[in-house]
Design a protein around this ligand. Structure first.
Ligand code: MN
Ligand code: MN
Length: 458
């Protein structure tokens, strides 16, 4: 056992050149994943594609399983469960990493399109916790799916290709911002003001229609995608930032991009599982779920019985009870945490906050106002993970979600714990979490991958 990383310290103090080059090369593969997958559906597709390329196949409940089998299951196109069947019986429990692939964004409303001031706009309802002012005056893309009246699914992705147009939400010019500047942020940027500018050119036909700009937009949507106005009713169109993932800092030690929360832990879990070389002792499971940002509700969220369906069919295949398997299982709820930000030190307790470049961060508890709504892991659970990380040279630290009574939040941890699975939160520290452009450290990213690999191999 090496104690090299046992006490929290900046990873770069002790990391060899060889290790640093691993941080940077792993970040390149993550960059590709994050650039291509900006919605939960796209993440699920990318995960399946990667798993298939590594020899995983789609599991049909009821099928026999054998040690070494590499399987996956997709839940309604927006959540993926993957597993490598271990040598030991499922009666001894499984090792789970649970991460989420949804991210804060703006969703189009059911009747979104309108014209005002001879410009066409789309109305939105934000998804997850966003600071609304951050979504004004930045380039945006539209991605998602539309189910047309004849039942066809039309995939939409506008804005990522260099030749594509992009979209924007306007803001008041500072010259005329006197009233706006006096308001508190929550009032200055109302939710009903998050309207996407989608066109300004009136249709040139001599139609009777009064709203010619809206007509022009509808004609283009119909030409390009075969969509009619009422098809918005059965659509899931997500407005996401048009930023590419970029190196940040002269030393290129950080990655800036949209959706690190929580695609960074999702990618680490996915690659750790698919990189397993030997059949693990215990069955290794990666959960990539949807809807975490809105409370893990919904058919594709962590509260869905899809998890029981998958794991239950595995335990049935071995003739044992699901509850017996769950009670012996171990789960890392892999979600990002807040990194200490010297620009805003007042929201954190510096002694207990995660820091950039100190490795994967445990969170014993999340929640708010006296840990309310928190999993609050057992000391034994943290002790177990400490030993695994120390034995595998994983740089780790302990974090917490800000100063006491400053605010708070939750993860999927409590929904795993509810199933009687020993659960602990651990993930990558993030700066500007939930902003359209979030920031992580490449060293922390790699250490999170290594942490998950160590858990699965243990
Ligand atoms: Mn998260
Ligand atoms: Mn989040």
């Amino acid at each position: 056992m090496s104690d090299l990383f046992y006490k929290p310290k900046n990873i770069y103090e002790t990391a060899s050149d060889e290790l640093v080059s691993k941080f940077y090369s792993y970040a390149e593969s993550y960059r590709e994943f994050l650039n291509s997958a900006k919605t939960e559906r796209e993440c699920a597709e990318s995960a399946v594609k990667l798993a298939k390329s590594k020899g995983f196949w789609e599991y049909v409940p009821g099928e026999k399983i054998n040690p070494g089998d590499k399987i996956f299951s997709v839940n309604h196109g927006k959540a993926v469960t993957l597993a490598v069947i271990g040598k030991r019986s499922l009666r001894d429990g499984v090792n789970i990493v649970a991460a989420h692939i949804d991210a804060p964004r703006l969703d189009l409303k059911g009747s979104p399109l309108y014209e005002d001031g001879e410009m066409a706009f789309l109305k939105t309802h934000y998804y997850g916790g966003v600071k609304k002012y951050q979504w004004h005056a930045i380039p945006l893309e539209i991605r998602g799916v539309v189910i047309t009246s004849d039942g066809n699914a039309v995939n939409v992705s506008i804005g990522s290709d260099k030749s594509d147009p992009q979209f924007v939400i306007t803001d008041i010019l500072p010259h005329l911002g006197a009233d706006q500047q006096k308001k508190v942020l929550a009032d200055a940027f109302p939710g009903e003001g998050l309207n996407i500018l989608i066109g300004s050119k009136p249709d040139s036909s001599d139609s009777e229609e009064k709203e010619k700009v809206k007509l022009g937009v509808l004609k283009l949507l119909n030409e390009k995608y075969g969509i009619k106005e009422e098809d918005f009713l059965s659509a899931e169109l997500e407005i996401v930032p048009a930023f590419e993932v970029r190196d940040i800092g002269l030393d290129r030690s950080m990655l800036g991009g949209y959706g690190h929360d929580d695609r960074v832990c999702s990618y680490a879990a996915l690659t750790a599982l698919t990189d397993l070389e030997d059949t693990p002792d215990k069955t290794a499971v990666a959960l990539l779920v949807d809807k975490e940002e809105i409370g893990s509700e919904g058919v594709t969220g962590m509260q869905s019985r899809a998890f029981e369906r998958f794991l239950g069919s595995l335990t049935r295949a071995q003739g044992i009870s699901l509850d017996d398997c769950l009670s012996e299982s171990f789960c890392v709820s892999a979600d990002v945490c807040n990194a200490f930000d010297p620009n805003f030190p007042e929201v954190s307790d510096k002694r207990n906050n995660a820091r950039l470049n100190y490795g994967v961060s445990f969170m014993k508890y999340t929640g708010s106002r006296g840990k309310s709504g928190s999993n609050d892991a057992n000391a034994e659970t943290i002790g177990k993970l400490r030993r695994i990380f120390a034995a595998n040279d994983v740089a780790w630290q302990m974090g917490e979600l800000g100063k006491v009574d400053q605010g708070g939040g939750g993860t999927v941890a409590m929904y795993m714990a509810r199933r009687n699975i020993e659960t602990i939160d651990a993930g990558v520290p993030v700066l500007s979490m939930h902003a359209p452009f979030e920031l992580i450290s490449k060293a922390d990213l790699y250490m999170t991958y290594k942490a998950m690999l160590a858990l699965y191999e243990n």
